[in-house]
Design a binder for this molecule. Structure first.
Ligand code: NAD
Length: 326
């Protein structure tokens, strides 16, 4: 299969591109190496994709380009059977302008959907986010929960997801939106809780918690996210559906920090700093729908996933650590 992964040099897109190339597909990764975080991490993702293709019947091509450029996107979608649209201004951050979230996440998605409509695709898979829910009315959220995002990022992901569903229904594009819940794993973005906690504890610095640490999250190991995406190559059961893709267990940030600290540097105290008001207090997914439609079943508990990440961190410390701690 010809598979286009937008945001293919990013954390999740990089893993997807690598996995698809390893499975023998012909992968094109589109990415503009947005400076949100260090480009060198993305270069490692690209290297992993190339390496996977070199050891399989698949192929891997990197195209450095922007999803905001409709012509670039159109050219690439024209040759794709499947589009995995991961490119986005990711992360809930107050210092990024709402316009940027809108241009990249909404306009960029529209460019990809327009191209899919023009050329036809086997499936269009959109990376959406738990951020579309905003403040929980009840937990765990199922997909019928109100969507009232509290950040420009969440609003942009909700808009992109709705466009994908509208294009799916109106223009007959097999579109699926996966609402990811706090994804972590090897080569993860440097500005996330787990990479920070691990990196600080391993270096004897106290892990720093934003807010009181009572926020809870479904941390989802990247391999479980890959499994959900992979399944969509071979089933139409979720077409025109939005699904939560979360993990098996939910944990408070403070507990997570304590567990990582206990494992790596038991003598350290935790440090607390001011929280972000654009962060949801709690996220917790009901994954029943994804389980029913595509048999999604996460296989990594938070403890197993964190241990796997710590092992990976130790093995890759030389290149990864300086980029996380800058
Ligand atoms: P990431 O930042 O590592 O990956 C996004 C990639 O998109 C980056 O490589 C970036 O350079 C690229 N990109 C940004 N703007 C672009 C543009 N204009 N043109 C082309 N490429 C562009 O983030 P990630 O964590 O891998 O997230 C991947 C997707 O999953 C995103 O859509 C994100 O919103 C979604 N998501 C991630 C999480 C998570 O916890 N990591 C949770 C929910 C949803």
């Amino acid at each position: 299969m010809n598979i286009l992964v937008t945001g293919g040099a990013g954390f999740i897109g990089g893993h997807l591109a690598e996995a698809f190339a390893r499975d023998g597909h012909d992968v094109v990764a589109l990415d503009n190496f947005d400076p949100y975080y260090d480009r060198r991490i993305k270069e490692h993702n690209v290297e992993a994709g190339r390496g996977a293709a070199a050891n399989s019947d698949g192929s891997y091509e990197l195209v450095e380009g922007d999803v905001r450029d409709a012509d670039v996107v159109d050219d690439l979608v024209a040759d794709a059977d499947y589009v995995y649209h991961q490119a986005a201004q990711a992360g809930v951050r107050a210092d990024i302008s709402p316009r940027k979230y809108d241009e990249v996440n909404v306009d960029g998605t529209l460019n990809a959907l327009d191209a899919a409509r023009e050329h036809g695709v086997e499936r269009f898979v959109l990376a959406s986010s738990s951020s579309v829910y905003g403040k929980p009315r009840y937990l765990p959220y199922d997909e019928d929960h109100l969507t009232t995002p509290v950040s420009p990022y969440g609003a942009s992901k909700l808009a992109s997801e709705r466009y994908a569903m509208v294009y799916g229904e109106r223009y007959d594009i097999p579109a699926v939106a996966l609402r990811y819940f706090t994804v972590y794993g090897p080569r993860m973005r440097p500005n996330m809780a787990i990479s920070n906690f691990v990196s600080r504890c391993i270096n004897g610095d106290p892990p720093v918690i934003y807010g009181d640490g009572q926020q809870t999250r479904d941390f989802t190991y990247v391999e479980d996210i890959l499994a959900a995406n992979r399944t969509l190559l071979s089933t139409d059961a979720a077409d025109c559906e939005v699904m939560n893709v979360g993990s098996t267990d939910n944990i408070a940030i403070e507990t997570l920090a304590e567990e990582i600290r206990d494992q790596l540097a038991p003598d350290l105290d935790l440090e607390y700093t001011e929280g972000y008001d654009v962060d949801a207090d709690h996220t917790h997914a009901s994954i029943e729908k994804a389980n029913e439609l595509i048999g999604y079943e996460p296989t990594h508990t938070i403890r197993e996933g964190v241990s796997a990440f710590i092992d990976w961190y130790r093995d890759n410390r030389e290149w990864y650590e300086p980029l996380v701690r800058e």
